[in-house]
Design a binder for this molecule. Sequence first.
Ligand SMILES: Cc1ncc(COP(=O)(O)O)c(C=O)c1O
Length: 374
Amino acid sequence: MSEALAHTGNASSLHTSGRAARRVVEESREQVAAALGARPSEIVFTSGGTEADNLALWGTLAARRDADPRRRRIVVSGVEHHAVLDTVDFLVDHEGAEVTWVAPDTDGVVTPEAVRRAVETDPGSVALISVMWANNEVGTVQDVEAIAEVAHEHGIPLHSDAVQAVGHLPVDVTGSGVDLLSATAHKLGGPMGVGALALKRDAALVPLSHGGGQERGVRSGTLDVAAIRAFAVALTESVAEIDPEAKRLAGLRDRLVESAVALGGGIRPGGFWRPGDLSRRLPGNAHLLVPGCDGDSLLYLLDAAGVECSTGSACQAGVPRPSHVLLAMGLTDDEARGALRVTLGRTSDDGDVDAFLAALPAALERARRAAGAR
Ligand SMILES: Cc1ncc(COP(=O)(O)O)c(C=O)c1O
């Protein structure tokens, strides 16, 4: 990234520096496409996952409704990130959209059958379906391919927020059948503020930003060349090491969960968890349900001990509401309040897991005392 930052040049300019910048962008596009199993022309660079989600949902709703005014309904899972949930709420409040929420099972799995039931009440009214690839809180991985089959039986496009999966699990846009897929660089070692929407060539989309006509006219705005280059490099490296890294992280995850559960006191993993599993839960996601205390207290106590983790979604931190994901999975408010999410990544090692496990008992005791005193 710093190498690319040393060069000036707007990728839309025709002079020498501009053409050099354009080359960097197009090479990066080829790398991102190769890593995602898409064609280069199917990659639209964005400022990250949130923008990709907004563009996918709003842009598809607008395009599908233009073609047939009956298509106003969005079928969406109840475990989505706020970048999807709040966009859907906005579209209902301001764009005349309707929504059918699809509930997950107790592990956070959104079954293709549940999606089918939601669609088949009135398939002709559905503008699009959106189901995330992997959940950011409990790490549950969805059967996106089977859900794409349901969508395509009815000629409906499927969007998948794959922000948590890309770089950590095999993600193949073409093979999976998804029509629109969101990704972001900062979940795989790249910089913040850059990502992509992979968009099938025949997917109809109305642009949300208008101006210079960059990115096939779908996403106007001068491109951040250095960030795009860094995204492509980080993604390429992540994908090259995906198998050994997933195995290594799942090993750390499993030791963390097993040791935390062994502390007793009713601690249990949230979401689907089976030791050694590499396909149904994100390898680097450990989620603990800790009865009798507040996840937020635990977070601050662990932070003071040098361990940084989160409760629900990091993006919700500071909002004292139990996670909508856990509630959708059928947990009570009280159960959901004691949630702790520990995420492991490329720089995490056994020493980090040891440090977490060493800090946990004292943090638990103090958090429980604080909860008891209230
Ligand atoms: C599942 C999911 N979708 C979307 C986002 C938002 O992505 P970005 O931070 O790149 O806007 C996040 C970020 O945490 C996420 O976990």
